[in-house]
Design a protein. Structure first.
Length: 166
């Protein structure tokens, strides 16, 4: 467990699941580190996560959806982030997240998965990753490189799936 500069507490869990002893509380922010960026979601209980799919699964942006922890993790380690100063906790944060299920207004710079989760917890849509890209050009370069890799990987998956179907 570690505390970051913002006073948020991060705890790591195995990719794709939790034991009954360490299941996060309802409304807890979950993060997976991807190539060049972090993907954020909100724990909804019973092994389910609500997140803005964005470009997490394909080249086409996805809506706010509720998925299993395994689908959210996509093989990556899950970080449990606790925010002691959260305005909305537990079921109230989950209710806020569910109120946006199906929303399809994803925008990388103004309405991404991190904006969504901070809105659910704090009432303000913010993205530290986007802010860091404007302040630190290296962070922007890492993010662009990571998104390009994700794009190439999605293209390969699509091509392979098309070849299997044909």
């Amino acid at each position: 467990m570690s505390t970051n500069q913002s006073g948020l507490i991060d705890q790591q869990a195995a990719a794709g699941g939790f034991s009954l002893d360490d299941e996060p509380a309802l409304g807890t922010e979950l993060i997976t580190r991807r190539s060049g960026y972090e993907h954020h979601g909100l724990y909804a209980g019973n092994g389910m996560v609500i997140h803005y799919a964005g470009f997490a699964k394909s080249l086409h942006r996805g809506p706010v959806e509720e998925v299993t922890i395994e689908q959210f993790a996509a093989g990556h380690e899950v970080i449990i982030r606790q925010n002691p100063a959260a305005k909305f906790v537990g079921m109230e944060a989950v209710r806020r997240a569910r109120s946006r299920l199906g929303e399809d207004q994803y925008h990388l710079l103004t309405n991404n998965c991190e904006h969504f989760v901070t809105w659910c917890i704090d009432g303000r849509a913010r993205s530290r990753q986007v802010q860091a890209c404007f302040v630190h050009p290296q962070a922007a370069l890492r993010a662009v490189t990571g998104l390009f890799r994700a794009y190439v990987a999605a293209q390969r998956r699509r091509s392979m799936n098309a070849a299997l179907v044909a």
